[in-house]
Design a protein around this ligand. Structure first.
Ligand code: NCD
Length: 309
């Protein structure tokens, strides 16, 4: 077992392969335990702060569910408006205060690097639930867990990442996680939304196998997994540019049937228009199972960083 006790979870690059495998194994274990019981008392008495300065459904509620299923409890907020941030309090002062109350902090904030800033002043471990267009490591881990549970094997598979690769924090963390596996990545994006140059350069320097294209149908032919993403409206300075790009890729059932009927379709959600609802009934549409996996993976992370497993 690896030792993650007291560690912050800030970005996808922080993990070793051994740590990733361990987190996923612990998640599997919790999944099995929840088959026969509603909850555990491993984290009894512990309190998690869920501090969401940006909108969230899955990340916040699955963190909260994970903590409750482990027997702990949760405090927090889901918008900054109701907090002293609206009176002008800084992030650092908010974190320093809440750190006096709780054992763990899960947070989401619009500024890149905000979770790292919080971690630098908090004694409690900080879990980054998304820092602007930066990183979203817990999502990347649950994505990997989904690939493992849906396809059985990550090594040797081809994963297509499609959509807003420039602003999408889940894919920024994802590439750092996938680099530990012998898989091929295909990046599909319109020119304006390509994977950031520094990530591409890093992958090149590491000798990772990847390709870039704007042709989704061609990329699907050899793929095992498609990871579709939303065009990140809230990151556009120019609304007209968003309007122009929002329909860049729309996956539908006919496209899957004509290119690759065995394709497993994933999405961190929320979806806007990039996956037609006619895909939902396909057995390989994995995105709602993926959302459920968030609970198991976040249980694993919470239990590991509190030293309970
Ligand atoms: C993602 C996010 O917030 O980055 N959602 C999530 O956490 N499941 C993806 C998105 O908002 O498009």
């Amino acid at each position: 077992m690896v030792d993650l006790k007291g560690k912050d979870i800030l970005d996808g690059a922080q993990f070793t392969r051994e740590e990733i495998d361990c987190i996923l194994d612990v998640a599997d274990d919790f999944r099995k335990q929840l088959d026969t019981q509603k909850g555990l008392d491993l984290l009894k008495g512990y309190v998690l702060a869920a501090l969401f300065f940006e909108p969230s459904t899955r990340t916040r509620l699955s963190f909260e569910t994970a903590m409750h299923r482990l027997g702990g409890s949760v405090v927090g907020f889901s918008s900054a408006e109701s907090t002293s941030v609206s009176k002008g309090e800084t992030l650092v002062d908010t974190i320093r205060t809440i750190d006096q109350y709780v054992d763990l902090i899960a947070m989401r904030h619009p500024a890149i690097g905000s979770a790292r800033t919080a971690a630098s002043v908090a004694n409690a471990p900080v879990l980054n639930g998304g820092d602007g267009a930066g990183q979203h490591p817990t999502q990347a881990l649950l994505d990997l867990y989904t690939i493992r549970t849906e396809g059985g094997k990550v090594d040797g598979s081809t994963i297509v990442l499609c959509g807003d690769l420039k602003n999408g924090r889940t894919v920024h963390s994802g590439v750092e996680i996938y680099k530990h596996f012998n898989c091929k990545l295909v990046f599909v994006a319109p020119d304006q939304l390509r994977m950031p140059a520094e990530i591409i350069e890093r992958l090149r320097a590491q000798g990772s196998a990847f390709e870039e294209t704007s042709d989704l149908a061609a990329a699907l032919k050899g793929a095992d997994f498609l990871y579709m993403t939303r065009i990140q409206k809230e990151r556009f300075a120019d609304p007209a540019e968003y309007e122009q790009l929002k329909g860049s890729y729309v996956l539908n059932r006919a496209m899957i049937e004509s290119t690759n009927p065995r394709l497993t379709v994933m999405h961190p959600l929320p979806r806007v228009n990039e996956i037609d609802t006619d895909v939902d009934a396909l057995p390989n549409a994995a995105y709602f199972r993926q959302a459920q996996n968030g609970v198991f993976v976040r249980m694993a992370l919470i239990a590991l960083i509190t030293g309970k497993v």
